[in-house]
Design a protein around this ligand. Sequence first.
Ligand SMILES: *Cc1c(COP(=O)(O)O)cnc(C)c1O
Length: 374
Amino acid sequence: MSSRTSTIKFAVSQIPERLPAAERERRLANPGFGRIFTEHMVRIHWDSEHGWHDAELKPYAPLSLDPGTSVLHYAQAVFEGLKAFRQADGGVAAFRADAHAARFRNSARRLALPELPDETFLEAIDVLLAADHGWVPSAAEHSLYLRPLMFASEVSLSVHPSSEVTFLLIASPSGSYFPRGVKPVTVWLSEEFSRAAPGGTGAAKTGGNYAGGLLAQAEAAEQGCDQVVWLDSTEHRWVEEMGGMNLFFVFGSGSDARLMTPALTGTLLPGITRDSLLVLGRDLGYAVEEGRISVEDWRAACEDGSLTEVFACGTAAVITPVAAVKSARGAWKVGDGGAGEVSMRLRKELVDIQRGTAPDRHGWLHPARVSSKS
Ligand SMILES: *Cc1c(COP(=O)(O)O)cnc(C)c1O
């Protein structure tokens, strides 16, 4: 497959001694999220003179950075988040790796960073999974979270697109986001803070968007809510996203249900789970649309019963039902406050494809080059 052939050659230096399998299994038993990491990482350098070069797989280790490194000051950095799943047949596959590669390029372009070719992004995943596939958990709902990132590594306090950039790929075994089953969340409508504005970086996966959201998240917690819901920054009226996840609204029920997710206006992050659910929703026969909903309409539709379910979606937690909404001007419940039928049906459809227990009819799985025995 020529599209899988990277133009960059990866040097491979494995750690001298692997962790004993029993110790690895002990760490995998209760991994949590983003706390433990596998034994290797990928690193690739870029500079304005040579382009991408010196790709290597190396032992996972801390970085040594000059305090003048540009990213520490001006946040020129982007990241991705995708998952590799243990398949029903024992193999390993990454979910929609090509879509994540494309979004990584789009994010990089917005942050004036160099674009990593898709085939190099995929090769980095292949090389890391070849070394560390033993770290892909097999427990239900568990997976290996892959975190590609890129940052300005030039040492300079002058503000300009960095002439040196570092790409890294690390991997973190992750457990179920909801160890005791899918748990609906309560949300706080942020009317004071905004996540993204027209012309800004809202559609790019960049850490600055998260840093700017932490205070609103803290405010949500103070209000007794689990998550913050972002509204448009102009009118503070149109619903955009929930924390680091996209939102879906379900009107009606059963086979007549209609799904609506806020359209990508440039201030929303184009979620790949969002995109997958738009496709699966259609496959399941639901009416599906990208549209918009105001805060007033959200409340009115809950009160008259036409809006039956609301859920958030993203790679980390897949689907999270929204049970109740709170704002400075009032509070209301969504449906019966539990996990909705349509939400859970979509969730199962997606998870079954990811784990290879349902046919991959859209070609979303990127199989790793590993034997089924680890
Ligand atoms: C990553 C992210 C999402 C979800 O994207 P997925 O590709 O589905 O994981 C949604 N909103 C924001 C702000 C994000 O950063």
